[in-house]
Design a protein around this ligand. Structure first.
Ligand SMILES: [Zn+2]
Length: 443
């Protein structure tokens, strides 16, 4: 059967391709799951079967959130008064909650995370958590594209090492051949809670399954202190020696990295992920993004868990990132708005090995796109400013009305099509009440 060719026209098409092509007005033709054409004005009627005219909308690639822990929406807003980037803050809140949570709760909560990402323009995300198989089920139902890293914490326990490696292998097998979901490995933090022996096994698995690592790194100086004491070098130097740096690594939050180590990172597929809201709410410094970018390191953008970030809206996060980079570098030209959009689109796609599939609107790529309503508040004047400035600093994910992943609509006219948000919120409330009951029973 011949697949329908859908032509979507819009007031503007922001492609985010290498050359930042932008069409005003423009169109995208989708056939099956693939983009067949992108261009300006409107194509001849012989080029398509169905026409969808959106004269008051902007089309662009869906955003990619490069650092999430989706089930943790379970405790959103429940970590006030502590810094989650300190061990003390972590142990007194999140760790206490996680000890009482279970796999069923991950099934009940992840839907809200997925729904909010779709609603605010994210079409792909990179997760890291326990219960990866439960996250997989919900993401599959939502129709989002995702890289899900099976979270591994060992903390010196040989039993935990064997068990977690077994689960990680099972999960890598489970995701084989899935059209939208890829499995990665999520050592929570090298050296801090993943030993050298475990890291060697994780490298072997990553090579066997062509997977990357999604880790936390250099949030404080813990890794460097450990490596300095045990090996007499920095964490980056030790990672190089162990062969870790040959494997793609998404490293949240990469804050305490020296200029010397930044230069070394540039030679490897090492991608720091800044989560500006989480870092700022935790009272921590910003990652040295200007210095990293100057050294040729590609920095990505994520929301982290939403316990204290507290939103999945990556448009808001782009604004926060831009302001933080400019603020900390005292340089108003430290980063351009279009470069911030690229951090959350094409650069993220390249980092997770999906640069040939998503991250930009280009012929041959998968149709992962969003539409934003230019009649919503915050836009304009249209003649005097560029689209990237408006996307990063003027509007939010609230303007997103349509979302498509791999040619399938996930949202149309602001209505979610794969998830029922009210039902997902009910599930989240149910899980949250049960968690609070278990915590109270302990006191
Ligand atoms: Zn995190």
């Amino acid at each position: 059967m011949k697949e329908e060719r859908l032509c979507i026209t819009a007031r503007a098409v922001v492609t985010m391709d290498d050359a930042y092509h932008l069409y005003e007005p423009g169109y995208v033709i989708v056939c099956g799951d693939v983009i067949k054409a992108v261009g300006s004005n409107k194509p001849a009627s012989t080029e398509y079967d169905t026409l969808m005219e959106m004269p008051d909308h902007l089309l662009m690639p869906g955003l990619i959130n490069a650092h999430t822990h989706t089930p943790m929406v379970l405790t959103r807003g429940m970590c006030e008064g502590v810094s989650l980037f300190t061990m003390d803050g972590f142990l007194n809140t999140l760790r206490r909650y996680e000890a009482k949570a279970d796999a069923d709760m991950a099934s009940l909560t992840t839907g809200v995370s997925c729904a909010e990402m779709i609603r605010t323009g994210t079409t792909c995300f990179v997760d890291q958590y326990f219960y990866a198989d439960r996250i997989y089920d919900v993401v599959d139902r939502a129709g989002l594209r995702a890289v899900i890293a099976y979270g591994i914490v060992e903390l010196g326990s040989e039993e935990a090492r064997k068990r977690e490696l077994g689960f990680a292998t099972q999960f890598l097998e489970q995701c084989k051949g899935h059209k939208l979901i890829k499995a990665w490995i999520g050592p929570h933090a090298f050296f801090v809670d993943n030993s050298e022996e475990l890291i060697a096994e994780e490298i072997r698995l990553a090579k066997q399954y062509d997977a990357g690592f999604h880790i936390h790194f250099a949030t404080s100086n813990e890794e460097n202190d450990y490596c300095s004491e045990h090996y007499g070098c920095t964490a980056i130097e030790k990672m190089k020696e162990l062969g870790i740096l040959e494997i793609p690594i998404l490293a949240a939050h990469s804050i305490t990295i020296s200029d010397e180590d930044i230069k070394k990172m540039a030679d490897y597929p090492f991608y720091p992920v800044m989560a500006p809201s989480a870092a700022m709410r935790s009272g921590f410094a910003a990652a040295p993004v200007k210095e990293m970018r100057a050294a040729g390191v590609h920095v990505l953008l994520g929301t982290d868990n939403v316990c204290n970030s507290n939103s999945y809206d990556l448009f808001r996060e782009m604004a926060t990132a831009g302001k933080l980079i400019i603020h900390t570098s005292h340089d108003v030209n430290a980063i351009e708005p279009k470069e911030i959009v690229r951090m959350a689109t094409l650069e993220a796609a390249n980092a997770i090995g999906l640069g040939d599939k998503t991250g930009s609107l280009e012929v041959g790529k998968q149709a992962d796109l969003i539409a934003l309503d230019l009649k919503d508040i915050g836009w304009g004047p249209f003649a005097g400013q560029d689209w990237y400035t408006q996307l990063v600093y003027s509007v939010s994910g609230h303007s997103v009305t349509h979302s498509m992943v791999g040619g399938a609509w996930l949202m149309k006219d602001s209505e979610l099509l794969t998830l029922d948000y009210a039902k997902e919120v009910d599930r989240l409330e149910q899980a949250n009440k049960e968690l609070l009951r278990r915590l109270a029973a302990d006191n």
